[in-house]
Design a protein around this ligand. Sequence first.
Ligand code: GAL
Length: 673
Amino acid sequence: MPLHPPFGLRRPAYGGDYNPEQWPESTWQEDVRLMREARVNLVSVGIFSWAQIEPEPGVYAFDRLDRVLGLLHDNGIAADLATPTVAPPAWFYRAHPDALPVTREGVRHAFGSRGAICHSNSAYRRAAARITTELAQRYAGHPALALWHVHNEYGAPVAACYCDGCAAHFRHWLAARHGSVEAVNDAWGTAFWGQHYTGLEQIDPPRLTPGVCNPAQQLDYRRFADATMRENFCAERDILHRLAPGIPVTTNFMTALSQCDTVDYWAWGREVDIVTNDHYLITDGRRTHVNLAMTADLTRSVAHGAPWLLLEHSTSAVNWQPRNPAKRPGEMARNSLAHIARGSQGALFFQWRQSRQGAEKFHSAMLPQAGTDSRVWREVVRLGADIAALTPVLDTSTVADVAVVWDWQSWWAQALEGRPSVDHDARERADSFYEALYDRHLTVHFAPPEADLSAYPLVVVPALYLMNRAAADNLRRYVENGGTLVVSYFSGIVDEHDTVHEGPYPGALRDVLGLTVEEFSPLPEGARVRLSGPDGTELSADVWTESVVPRGAETVWHYTDGPVRGGPAVTRHRLGKGTAWYVSTRLAAPALDPVLRAACQDAGLDLRDDLPRDVEVVHRSGEDGTWVFVINHGEEPVDVTLPGPGTDLLGNGRTGSRPTVPAGGVRIVRLDD
Ligand code: GAL
């Protein structure tokens, strides 16, 4: 069984979460008939089925799941079979009420939803191992089994538990990480505010405190909570590997920064056999296709460029936002194909058939409440055929142009209290820099701070506040060897313990940027400052300013008003064979463009000024050639210049080197050799 998606399926994966336990068995026949009509070849089964398959402790009822898997297999549909450990049954919690997680305020959650788990709880860990073992023993050789799906979206809805069991577990974790209570005192700076500990047993989770709780303690607790969930994932994974060798194991990530901030996916990406991801559009007025592209790029990066799979998205509306608009005609296909452009080996949805009961009955599905005489169903069938035609791209990889350095731990640190401005948001910086790169049609690879960046002519560092020495050396080497670096304000300020690097800010980056920052001077809410730069270009910024002192860098834009009027705002520093830019204020994506344009010129990148910003152009390349995905998210048809003529996989035949892509349309062109 091949380890990478689509796991020996002959074409890209297409399907969704299949929860047949909601329906009488008579419905199942219709389900598989319609799945075949839509060309579904992979479904996720059993994610929330623990109560059905273990109705009483140690009593197993696999007959329904046997029939579901048999029916799927008979119809040529493979299963992504889940361990149901995100939803322990009611009987389990009656016996082990302390497996329900406790909030920071000391409130214990109740049964009645899902994902209410204290990951330190030993009864939970034992029960999860037991049900995983039973499933693996029963289905290891099942012909429908293509992939194991452990748990569901670790980190949501509960990021961390603060119970006494977790407190004890945390102390062990601290001992392993720091070695001694004195080392914890040093790392956390407990000399301040009289927080000194004389024994590890005195340390608690960062529960509700009257004032700001020690930030380094909070940061370590986030690391601990993340590591604890990962321990549980690895325990299940190891059982599955042992009992069902050769079947890849995944757990569905939620890499969208707007949807999950609780787990460090750099670490998780190393533990799964293949990366899978769930993505839902957040309709808050921002350009949803940009956030989708960013999530897909981040997912591919977490997979270290290896094939990944979109395991969930929606055919139309979700039901968990305050307002849940339906997708517009064609939007679902654009969404799915954009994920595939950026490396997914198919597209799956939550869920196959729309629920009639429970918490998600107003969430869209592949087979909607409206039935088959509906726009959604017709688009689902059409997309199934289109995705089947993409088989040739399976052996290719997405080509990235530039790198963005991202780090979950640095993000966590910036969200803690006691920072210079509540208006600064590391995720917003990542979003805006990404959006500016997207609008220049540059495909992004995300990299952890210590990764080798030498393959990328341009590297962007949006607000990497927490930066250790190794990361700083890495960036310095990158520039010295000829790279072009763009760094946002509030980068390189503290080490991994949230301790400020010695000397003037930004301690880790002073040399590479050729400057120091004497003082931060964030702006009042809503206030703006103006910048003036080359050829009189004026930019407008907000949130943040600071007193930059050039020490080798040249000033390219300077402040013309605000608290540091006349001072440097955007600088450029030549170092070795490369260049390092610094942006000391918050420029929104359009205002970042002139800066990135100049940096792209330093980096020798093609500026693609000819294309409207809402036209997405992404290349997938392999030994058999190059496929260009062109997705027009705009309202007007666009003529797009390609590197040469080719053939459109979506049935539009031969194309010249300047095909017209209709408004809302997609072209996937295999370039001629
Ligand atoms: C996901 C979850 C699914 C479903 C979906 C709805 O986060 O894994 O089970 O709830 O959201 O959008």
